[in-house]
Design a protein around this ligand. Structure first.
Ligand code: BES
Ligand code: ZN
Length: 595
């Protein structure tokens, strides 16, 4: 069986079979006055075929000049006509003897990975902030590179920022600001471009354990350190499951609320939304998720975005195993049942015959971001759970650990994975393979009938409470003493679709949903309130939409508003005001519906 997988990535202009980057040296200045990054990147290349042309990915970047060799001889290049979402091929003339290429460039305010925040958009309100989001194909909007997950390189960086701000990357980071605003980084393990990351702001560090800690704005640091107190335990639990952590340090940075995702697994420095700071540590499975990516994704990486489920399905599975070690099986069961609900909802929305409900995606000629749904996460998870239940945990865990070691720092695609698992886990045992039917899970749409059934005992009690409520019991009389966030989320999800206004008010008076400090609960409650035109939430909803840029919350909330004839205009009005606070990733999804 071949070990090196080279697959043509339809979302990149790079030709790694000819010329491949092995190391990048980034040297940039962060200019908050003009909202641009300016500088150069020096790529060390391996010209495998002695090619005379070196192809890079580039989008919304201005190229000033390109040189070759240490002596920096100017070379010619063509920046091809930009294509939708992919941007341009940067075609650089080289020859077989050249192993160093330096590109002088600057970003533009359109560079989609970058979000430039004004002081007012931060917690402290005094300093500006910048963060990047490179996954899936946005690294090319701030560094000209071979922007394909199948290509790995090490990197060094020098970043100059205004004095008084701290710069952090997906690399080794300092724990204090420098006096001159100059920061140096190196990432000595080869990573794919989508894991390139930079954050700049008024930041401080709080260590948690030997290898773990958290960065945040000064006003948020204490709350963040409290929330993530279990990070070191998580890291140890993860290592016990699937082998040594290979990135030395695992820190989290809590970003301003406009960060478009819950979390992003940038190596050594996970980026996280502040909306997981619930005050009671109840949303930390997100940290377990990003930590799990340190194996699934960052060590063994999906070869193309069509194989995205290999990153996310494995990570959700691993995340839940970590949480089970920390909080017990009943906790894992709650996460799993909630995940199942979300998957069923997503698949019903897409339509059960929609090709996007397959695990293997067909994103060719599309923006990968459009096809990357919860299906990869949850259907991927359930397939892995089915395999676990078929072969037994012990054998399965051994297989996963071997898999991470054997393919460490390599990429993996679905077809190779299938071949590998069939021979090395199942020993080509026909009866087990038939029982699972991997092909149906991976290439078929919808949810296969043999999906494992998971029951959450803790939710059985919630079902009972919802029934009692329907039977006329007063909300205030329900015993909710030991409910955690997950029980509340399940409760909200199980409420009837149509709820009379007086009951909405009764629920709110009893449980104070509208005042909740928990963004997950707020978002679920807002959706119910919008459907039932419960106007008391509108002030809080307004605040939420103005402040939070996390796409997972914005999409269902704006959809709920748009679904109501009377609230359509309100949705457009608030979007027009709030849009400036959202990252490209979120506006790219929402614009079509709301502009
Ligand atoms: N890698 C993803 C985020 C991502 C996915 C960015 C696709 C760009 C394209 C990250 O690990 C993730 O899955 N985040 C989730 C949280 C998780 C707990 C399901 C999120 O942001 O909601
Ligand atoms: Zn993930």
């Amino acid at each position: 069986m071949q070990e090196e997988i080279i697959i043509r990535d339809c979302h990149s202009f790079a030709k790694p079979e000819e010329v491949v980057i092995t190391h990048s040296d980034i040297n940039i200045v962060v200019d908050f006055n003009h909202s641009i990054i300016k500088g150069k990147v020096t790529h060390t290349i391996n010209n495998i075929t002695g090619s005379e042309m070196f192809f890079l990915d580039c989008k919304d970047i201005i190229i000033e000049k390109i040189t070759t060799g240490v002596e920096e001889k100017k070379t010619t290049f063509v920046l091809a006509t930009p294509q939708p979402f992919k941007g341009s091929a940067l075609e650089i003339n080289i020859n077989k003897d050249i192993d160093i290429v330096t590109i002088y460039y600057q970003t533009t305010p359109q560079s989609a990975a970058l979000q430039w925040l004004k002081p007012a958009q931060t917690a402290g309100g005094k300093y500006p902030f910048l963060f990047t989001q490179s996954e899936a194909i946005l690294a090319r909007t701030w560094v000209p590179c071979q922007d394909s997950p199948g290509i790995r390189f090490t990197y060094d960086a020098k970043v100059k920022v205004p004095i008084g701000l701290m710069a952090l990357m997906s690399a080794n980071n300092s724990v204090q600001k420098t006096d001159d605003g100059n920061y140096s980084f190196s990432m000595n393990q080869p990573i794919p471009s989508y894991l390139l990351a930079l954050a700049v702001g008024d930041l401080v560090y709080h260590p948690i354990g030997k290898r773990t800690g958290v960065y945040a704005e000064p006003s948020e640091i204490e709350k963040s350190a409290y929330e993530f107190a279990d990070m070191e335990k998580m890291l140890i639990a993860a290592e016990e499951l699937y082998g040594a952590y290979r990135w030395e340090q695992f820190d989290v940075i809590v970003l301003p609320p406009s960060f478009p995702f819950g979390g992003m697994e940038n190596p050594r420095l996970t980026f996280a939304t502040p909306t997981i700071l619930a005050g009671d540590r109840s949303l930390v499975s997100l940290v377990a998720h990003e930590l799990a990516h340190s194996w699934s994704g960052n060590i063994v990486t999906n070869a193309t975005w069509n194989d995205f489920w290999l990153n996310e399905g494995f990570t959700v599975y691993f995340e839940r195993r970590i949480m089970e070690k920390l909080e017990g099986k009943s906790y894992n069961d709650m996460l799993t049942v909630l995940g199942l609900h979300e998957m069923v909802q997503t698949i019903n929305q897409l339509g059960i015959d929609n090709a996007d409900t397959c695990l293997k995606l067909a994103l060719n000629d599309r923006d990968p971001d459009d096809g990357m749904t919860l299906v990869a996460y949850e259907k991927g998870f359930f397939l892995l759970l089915l395999i676990e239940k078929t072969v037994g945990r012990e054998r399965w865990d051994r297989f996963i650990q071997d898999y991470f070691n054997r393919f460490a720092f390599k990429s993996m695609n679905t077809e190779f994975f299938l071949q590998y698992i069939e021979s090395s886990l199942f020993n080509n045992d026909k009866s087990q393979l038939e029982k699972i039917n991997l092909n149906k899970w991976i290439y078929g749409t919808g949810i296969p009938e043999n999906i494992p059934q998971v029951v959450s005992e803790r939710f059985v009690n919630i079902d009972k409470c919802v029934k009692e409520l329907a039977g006329g019991k007063k909300a205030i009389e329900i015993d909710t003493n030991n409910w955690t966030t997950h029980e509340w989320l399940y409760f909200l999800r199980k409420l009837p679709i149509d709820i009379p206004l007086e009951i909405m008010k009764e629920l709110d008076d009893a449980f104070h949903f509208t005042q909740s400090g928990n963004a997950e609960i707020l978002c679920a409650w807002f959706q119910i309130a919008i459907k039932n035109k419960y106007k008391n939430v509108f002030l809080a909803l307004d605040n939420f939409l103005m402040r939070v840029g996390r796409r997972k919350f914005l999409v269902p909330l704006y959809n709920a508003l748009l679904n109501s004839e009377d609230l359509k205009q309100y949705a457009k009005d608030i979007y027009a005001k709030a849009r400036q606070n959202y990252h490209y990733v979120s506006t790219n999804t929402l614009d079509e519906r709301l502009l």
